[in-house]
Ligand binder design. Structure first.
Ligand code: NAI
Length: 338
């Protein structure tokens, strides 16, 4: 069976890591029909719209997309295409596994936790306006519907993946209404999952605990902005942004992408680490039912890490993106031949 998938190369290092990832997963023997689409600044230049209908329609009809990072201008210019896309397709759950890889020097080599980030509302929606010159207002909208839905997703995820604990992260001591509602929904949902421990942490303490004793966490569920920040913090615990994958999941489809951005500081040099996107693609392979291929690709990637001779610059190596991809492909091909 051929899988028709929307492919968004993205900006900066995006095209480099997307090309490497596509080569690797195609080596598994799974057949794809890629439908390439552009978003963001590239689409603005070509179509006059950062989120063109063609791209949205492609993702709606294929139901699965593999996406490189899209640049968002700071402090001015167009609003985030990533936010717009998640909203347009109602990709309400952002699932971000944080797991250390073999042989990668990092603070917590045994760390294995999962961040479930609510993806559609909160301050991250970017609803803001100027009240009067010099005074701006940003709207933090939290709803019972979205909070309950993400809590359910987190507990179901824990159940399906044999995880024992779900921790809600919040600031309900200060934002008693908004984060208070999020927390109340969390504990209401928790009642339906008595076999899973439910607890909560205030975000500031949570960050400290993550840096000092991250092994106490298993599945963590949080609002959009906290999820954005905590994801990068956690990526730092396992060796950096080049290693943190993710999937944006909704009822009607999913978009798989790395946690990191377009890395303009290293774009065009061919040295980006494609691992985070590759791991996102492995999650995608499982999502589309290609479990054996997912395992083959994952085993090959793990073997390259375990050997430790071919690694990219961010991990202290000298391999470029292509060398690293080739090393994994070689292992996939060998395992298919044996
Ligand atoms: P970034 O994640 O692009 O880069 C942060 C640092 O990590 C940089 O030093 C970069 O070189 C390094 N890095 C990131 N990914 C790497 C990889 N695969 N291999 C090796 N090193 C890597 O964050 P930054 O600079 O804050 O954002 C750049 C742009 O990306 C912004 O326009 C931002 O809006 C956008 N962005 C897009 C995201 C998405 O499309 N989902 C997510 C995060 C940021």
């Amino acid at each position: 069976m051929k899988h028709k998938i929307t492919l968004i190369p993205g900006d900066g290092i995006g095209p480099e890591i997307v090309a490497a990832t596509v080569r690797i997963i195609e080596a598994s023997g799974v057949e794809f029909e890629w439908e390439t689409q552009i978003l963001g600044a590239q689409a603005l230049e070509k179509y006059g719209n950062t989120l063109p209908d063609a791209a949205i329609e492609s993702m709606r009809s294929n139901k699965v997309a593999l996406k490189g990072p899209i640049m968002t201008p700071i402090g001015k210019g167009f609003t985030s295409v990533n936010v717009g896309l998640r909203k347009a397709l109602d990709l309400y759950a952002n699932v971000r596994p944080i797991k250390a890889l073999p042989n990668v020097e990092c603070r917590y080599p045994d760390l294995d936790l999962v961040i479930i980030r609510e993806n559609t509302e909160d301050l991250y929606a970017g609803l803001e306006h100027i009240v009067v010159p010099g005074v701006v207002e940003s709207l933090k909208i939290i709803t019972e519907k979205a909070s309950t839905r993400i809590a359910k997703y987190a507990f179901e995820y824990a159940k399906d993946n044999n995880r024992k604990k779900v921790t809600a992260v919040h600031k309900a001591n200060i934002m008693k209404l908004s984060d208070g509602l999020f927390l109340e929904c969390f504990y209401n949902v928790a009642k339906d999952y008595p076999e899973i421990t439910a607890d909560d942490k205030i975000i500031d303490n949570c960050c400290m605990q993550l840096v000092m004793r991250p092994e106490q966490f298993d599945v963590m569920v949080m609002e959009n902005l906290y999820g954005d920040i905590v994801s990068d913090l956690c990526a730092g615990l396992i060796g950096g942004l080049g290693l943190a994958p993710g999937g944006n999941i909704g009822e009607q489809g999913a978009v798989f992408e790395a946690v990191h951005g377009s890395a303009p500081d290293i774009a065009g040099q061919g040295i980006a680490n494609p691992t985070a996107l590759l791991m996102s693609a492995i999650i995608m392979l499982r999502y589309i039912g290609e479990k054996d291929a997912a395992q083959n690709v994952e085993d090959a990637m793990m073997a390259v890490f375990a050997e430790g001779t071919v690694r990219t610059k961010d991990l202290g190596g000298t391999a470029n993106t292509t060398d690293f991809a080739n090393a994994i492909i070689e292992k996939i091909v060998k395992s298919r031949e044996s």
